[in-house]
Write a protein that binds this ligand. Structure first.
Ligand SMILES: C[S@@+](CC[C@H](N)C(=O)[O-])C[C@H]1O[C@@H](n2cnc3c(N)ncnc32)[C@H](O)[C@@H]1O
Length: 456
């Protein structure tokens, strides 16, 4: 017989919170049964209304904090409760960093079974606001009014805002301007073609690229709207249309059309200039990207003689920074536009020892391994789902002396580290970096060495 569930939907329960979930939710127990409380902090006493009951846990909505944590602060954002993009704005920043360290250590222990990996203090920001260089906005018409905003996570419920504190002020001005301009045009133009708007900014040049994602090839409102946009915002140097007729789950469709200005904007990271096309991935927090990549460089500890492989390389950011200090770097990336950017970036920076392959790492890497390539150091920086098993298998077969794992998801990181440990690649230390202040997300860099390696 299973354990009896001591609560039901709608119950209001009194809880002492003593843990933190990977989403940044407080964890308490009601008669021994686990209850997650979004908005609650460890050390608090709260009343929560039960909103979801599963076999092993429940989720409760915070009704009242009866004993507040010393680390609780008033959130800065006026739509904090309804937006859901930020999850831990109610905690003092220093405490956010401590919670993230605990989230990483918990994942390593619970998923990976690791108790002996040193998790360093999270490297945080001095000003943990206005850091994002990219946002994705959605456009929706409600009644007679066009709204531009974020989707509440896990829904298509649009949250409009005027002042998001995670983005530079000009992104808020652009959003407010575009919403006003679309509403001015709504009676004479068909706006149903326009679904999403992506804003990207270079911290180096302060140039902005705007991408309009449409569901149809023809979206006549864009020409006039774009002209108005660049007239009012000289920092907008690139306006591009992306056509996504079929919703594949990816934000961008395969077809791109330049509307105004140039196709790419330039960013500088470390001592390398990166020219970025609108569909390519770049880390969202430029200041902390420098911190992250400096750590990768430190862990790589290059002498100039090494062959390095950078798997999931995006536009070649890590590859090219390492290439300046290595004998050769090979990058692998799925998105062909990013590979083109990587090759272009190598050329404009006079870097001639980088080679880039377009394709899925799980296909390209085993082929490179079979062709006899054996790098000294491998860097992986996969998307949230972590490394494909075929990638881990090929890495182990290549017998690198050192592996550096950059991860934006502690759960899949812990899973992959466990697999690698079983093959003789032991993680030594984890350095978390706060790329996403005010949210539960945390980036980690892990140094992994081969047992018995001469680099140990
Ligand atoms: C977290 S990003 C890292 C990019 C880069 N290292 C950086 O710091 O900007 C992950 C990258 O992996 C790419 N990607 C996703 N799935 C892939 C796969 N199966 N094979 C190769 N690349 C993939 C994405 O397009 C993205 O550029």
């Amino acid at each position: 017989m299973g354990k009896e569930i001591p609560l039901a939907l709608g119950d209001i329960v009194d809880l002492a919170l003593d843990g933190i979930s990977h989403e940044g939710w407080g964890i308490g127990r009601y008669e021994g049964f686990t209850v997650f409380v979004p908005g609650g902090l460890p050390g608090e006493r709260v009343e929560a209304k039960v909103r979801q009951v599963k076999k092993n846990y429940a989720v409760g909505e915070l009704v009242q904090v009866t004993k507040a944590s010393a680390y609780r602060v008033d959130p800065a954002c006026s739509v904090y409760a309804s937006c859901g993009g930020c999850t831990i704005q109610h905690a003092l920043y220093e405490h956010q960093l401590n919670m993230k360290r605990r989230i990483v250590a918990d994942a390593l222990e619970k998923i990976g079974g690791f108790r002996d990996i040193k998790v360093h203090r999270v490297l945080g920001m001095v000003h943990p606001w206005e850091y994002r260089n990219r946002i994705q906005l959605h456009v929706s018409t409600e009644g007679n009014h066009v709204k531009i905003g974020f989707f509440r996570p896990g829904s298509h419920e649009l949250v409009s805002f005027e002042n998001c504190h995670l983005v530079p002020g000009i992104f808020n001005d652009l959003r407010n301007f575009l919403e006003r301009e679309l509403n001015r045009r709504r009676d004479r133009a068909d706006l149903s073609c326009l679904k999403h708007i992506v804003l990207k900014r270079s911290a180096y040049t302060e140039e902005i690229a705007v991408v309009f994602v449409t569901e149809k090839k023809d979206c006549p409102v864009l020409q006039d709207l774009s002209l108005a946009l660049v007239k009012s915002f000289p920092a907008v140097v690139s306006v591009v249309q992306n056509i996504r007729i079929k919703n594949t789950g990816a934000l961008f469709g395969p077809e791109w059309k330049l509307i105004l200005g140039k196709e790419r904007i330039d960013e500088r990271i470390g001592d390398v200039i990166f020219s970025i096309s609108p569909g390519s991935f770049v880390q969202v927090n430029p200041d902390q990207t420098e911190v992250l990549y400096d750590k990768v460089l430190e862990y790589a500890d290059l002498t100039g003689k090494e062959m390095v492989m950078d798997i999931y390389c995006g536009i070649g950011t890590i590859s090219l920074i390492l290439a300046k200090r290595a004998q050769k770097v090979i990058g692998i990336e799925e998105f062909p536009g990013a590979v083109q950017d990587a090759k272009f970036n190598a050329r404009i920076n006079n870097i001639h020892n980088g080679e880039f392959f377009a394709g899925k790492a799980e296909i390209v890497l085993p082929e490179l391994e079979a062709s006899g390539i054996h790098p000294d150091i491998i860097v992986v920086d996969p998307p949230r789902k972590g490394c494909d098993p075929a990638v881990l298998e090929a890495i182990v077969k290549m017998v690198p002396q050192k592996l550096i794992y950059v991860s934006c998801n502690p759960a899949t990181l812990a899973r992959d580290l466990k697999i690698l440990a079983g093959k003789g690649y032991k993680a030594r230390e984890v350095q978390p970096v706060d790329m996403f202040p005010q949210t539960y997300h945390v980036e980690c860099i892990v140094q992994i060495k081969r047992a018995g390696s001469r680099m140990e």
